[in-house]
Unconditional design. Structure first.
Length: 161
């Protein structure tokens, strides 16, 4: 809980950040975060710098969490729509997020895991295998592990064209 509070505090204190909340019957059932990449943790910025991409040009989509019983009902798509609208309203044309990259047989994969590659691709995001962040956090088994995260990116058409 403490690390999640620290993580959310980064977003809450960042200028031009967004927190999208899904509610049902007055209760929060999901949340999604976003902020300018230049305001993100250095672990997310560094892969862009190393690839010769200016972090100031990018808007970063952080976590999305949703009650499992509500998945597949369009809420995740709305999370993306709201964050993209916010980024575009701020003048950002380039957006990125990253996803943990684990082998299909990894012991910490949830039961019934379904890759989200198709979902992300349908929203116009493309996987960038050469754009990778490494970040450690405590896993569900209690061990702190360095994780490999692969970025997905999307660039909006220039409105002047």
């Amino acid at each position: 809980m403490e690390s999640e509070q620290e993580y959310l505090a980064e977003f809450a204190s960042a200028d031009r950040a967004a927190l999208v909340i899904a509610t049902m019957e007055g209760a929060i059932v999901g949340a999604s975060t976003a902020l300018p990449l230049a305001a993100a943790n250095d672990s997310f910025i560094e892969p862009f710098r190393n690839a010769g991409k200016d972090p100031a040009d990018w808007f970063y989509f952080g976590e999305s969490v949703l009650r499992i019983t509500l998945r597949g009902q369009g809420v995740g798509a709305r999370f993306f729509e709201q964050r993209e609208r916010h980024a575009a309203d701020l003048g950002f044309r380039k957006m990125a997020f990253c996803a943990v990259d684990r082998e299909p047989e990894h012991p910490l994969r949830p039961s019934g895991y379904r890759p989200l590659d198709g979902f992300w691709g349908r929203r116009g995001f493309e996987k960038q295998p050469g754009l990778v962040a490494r970040l450690a956090w405590r896993q569900v088994d209690g061990l702190e592990v360095a994780n490999r995260l692969v970025f997905w990116t999307k660039e909006l058409a220039d409105p002047q064209m």
